[in-house]
Design a protein around this ligand. Sequence first.
Ligand SMILES: Cc1ncc(COP(=O)(O)O)c(C=O)c1O
Length: 359
Amino acid sequence: MSYRHRPIVDTIPGYRQGKPAPALPGVHSYKVSSNENPFGPLPSVTKAIAEHALERINRYPDMRGWEVVSRIADRYGLAPEQVQLGCGSTEIITQLVSLVAGPGDEVVYPWRSFEAYPIIVAGAGATSVQVPNRPDGSHDVDAMIAAVTDRTRLVILNNPNNPTSASLADEDARRVVAAVPADVIVLFDEAYFQFNTDPDTSVAKDLMHDHPNIVIAHTFSKAYGLAGLRIGYAMGAADVIEGMQKVALPFGVSDVAQQAALASMDVRDELMRRVDDIVVERGRMVAALREQGWTLPEPYGNFFWLELGKRTAEAADRFTAVGLSVRAFPDEGIRISIGERFANDRVLEVCAALRDEGF
Ligand SMILES: Cc1ncc(COP(=O)(O)O)c(C=O)c1O
């Protein structure tokens, strides 16, 4: 049907969600395509949801998420007015883009990076300025700085970068922040920061004090394993956060998600031990891959990147054939999440076979 709508919507690339584990008879399949946490929720988290949230589902949630906001503010030494919730950090990024950028405005970000960025920017009617990564998958900060013009309304930094898993050096982050005009927001998307073991990494919170134009996006989806509940948060200057609240999806973050986030913060140490296990497993995989002869950027998220160029689709089929769903970016490469140990072993077997065939 032809209907009147904003032409820019026709330019939006559809989000291609990581595929579910392929169904193969007699094979236990694994999903390593969406950078999820392979561990299910801790018993205390499911208990808290059952005890505090389920009986209230006939009621709207606290729109401001005050209890969660206060806990996060306390933890980071901020005022609650500096914290804002969203339906995952995806909604946080959406709030920020719709606050600062519209038709004629530009949003500068690295590419390839999180595939929601171009969707969110086009959805706001603004223009994406994509700056190609360096060959090692890290942000080309000089090119990003050069891409900033008087039309720029937002600069996004993704640390570690999805899908290349590269870390952003503190020095590089500081250079970007120093170069961007003080009235232009710099968003640090730190969805995977808990997995980042790079000693030289930037930590956006350390820069916030001197640069009130910084907004940080964090999520409960990855290290905290609550991807299905949709809760993330922003930290920034109170007036920016106030603006984000105005454009937020009203009642977006459910009470179930809020209760799960509170319960998860209670068992943070236990959750961080799981993060440590994933990091150890990541190290085991990278060592094995290098042993097999692969060249890959040092991964700092819970995923790694194999650059495969034109042979990406062919390689991706090999994973699917043995019950592994991976995230393929046609003609570029494959992103593989660190999953269950059995899944990881199978990934390594496929990678070894690919090497034997000259990939
Ligand atoms: C870099 C990055 N930012 C943000 C998100 C959004 O996660 P969520 O909306 O679940 O918080 C993702 C999810 O994959 C991501 O990779």
